[in-house]
Design a protein around this ligand. Sequence first.
Ligand code: ADP
Length: 517
Amino acid sequence: MRNELIVGVSMGVLAFLGLRGYNVFPILLLAALGYFLFASGGQLRDIGRRKVGAVAGESPGVTFHDIGGQTVAKRELTEALEFLRNYDRARQLGIRPLKGILLSGPPGTGKTLLAKAAANYTDSVFISASGSEFIEVYAGLGAQRVRELFQRARKLARERKKSSAVIFIDEIEVLAGRRGSQVGHLEYDQTLNQLLVEMDGLTFEDDVRILVIGATNRADLLDPAIQRPGRFDRMVRVDLPDKDGRLEILKLHLRNKPLAKDVDLERLAKETYGLSGAHLESLCNEAAILALRQGASEISQKDLEEALDKVIMGEKLDRRPSEMELKRVSVHEAGHAIFAEKVRPGSVAEVTVSPRGNALGYVRHSPKEDMYLYPRETLEDEVAILLAGALAEDMVFGSRSTGASNDFERALDIAKRIVSYGMSPLGVVDRDTAPPEALARATREIISRAESRVISVLKRHEDVLRQIAGELFEKERVSGDQLRQLLGKRSELRWKWRKIPVRRGKTKAGVEALTWR
Ligand code: ADP
């Protein structure tokens, strides 16, 4: 109200002066400048005042028992934390205080959970921030925020009568990337320097002992200075969970959900190779939502499998492919599935042709066991499995479709890697200096060999290919067990198949000749 009055009176005075013939333009210019400075000054003050870091409640509540798998990470972390718990003994023994621990690994593997559990384990207050919160375009603010974060941690610990605090900095590579490597790097450098100064200043004598836990999924980007002794000198790897880890995580997230009798968590753990803890948590949640939608009182294996499809491939799309497209996709996926099952018996978990995310259909594989080392044969099988979709289309429709482009990209990528790993007849090669033609020839040979293998298998199983494609076309999904059953019944099918006239070709007639039953 007061502001409006001032503006009103000023306008009146200006109008009066204008009418009396005074030049009011310079006054207007000054007023505009004043207003701009006032407004942007406020904004700057706001940015400066913004606090970094979220404070967890009285205690973050997470314990190491709430974290599935990660046995090695948990062991290494608890070992490192002993110094905070047995601080007097560590001091007597003259152990240098541990100031920082780096957790490195893919997103969603439980790094934040581990940091929270560490705070709980050491009875510390927990304060967390993300690397990006420190970075502003205004110079000096990042460094100021680092200082404030440490001050807040100390204050909070004193208020809560604790003798230690855990400061968790997620995405620490944003704040602690190699100095000089960022655009506008002065601000980044100052912020990192401040973090190092704060960490260097931590001693045993402090009334609040501070432990900084940094998390990153790009440890390669970190400035080497932060890993010097006395800073983040412990690096703990937090990898994707193995099968036993996945089983534990699934059990943890399903512990308070009612499960139907048919639920087989061992099997689900096997089928979820490559998924992180966060994916598994989301899978359990999605399965419960599906059960709710159907009005069921328990979560069934089907709900869990459907939720798995959703987590891997995305939400089911409303978009329905045309009948012709669906036939093609069915043949394509059946091709992948049959070849995969032939070279890795028991590995196909499910084949579906319902559009999800970017895919029109897909085959879910469940490897017998988690793999950490890939021999050449395995990689060549992978190339062949990827090519099998397009080759099945070729066989049935006489042509390929754009649906295979991603398969080709991946197949070529693996073939190139086979050459780079020194597994091709070229032996150990340096991709940068080897003649490009030789590299291209070696890659081409891998692809051709895979193509011939696929063609020979698909030719021998053309009957099953059509049978499975038909099944997919009608029911949208075929389970791994059904697929194996159909492959087992091959001889019977072949006999039936002879009675069905099959014509092939690029023409419509050829396509129509695809008989589904
Ligand atoms: P990160 O910090 O590694 O990105 P988070 O610790 O934030 O991952 O994990 C995100 C969520 O995923 C957690 O809240 C939890 O529900 C689930 N989660 C991840 N890893 C695990 C695990 N090892 N055990 C149980 N739950 C997990």
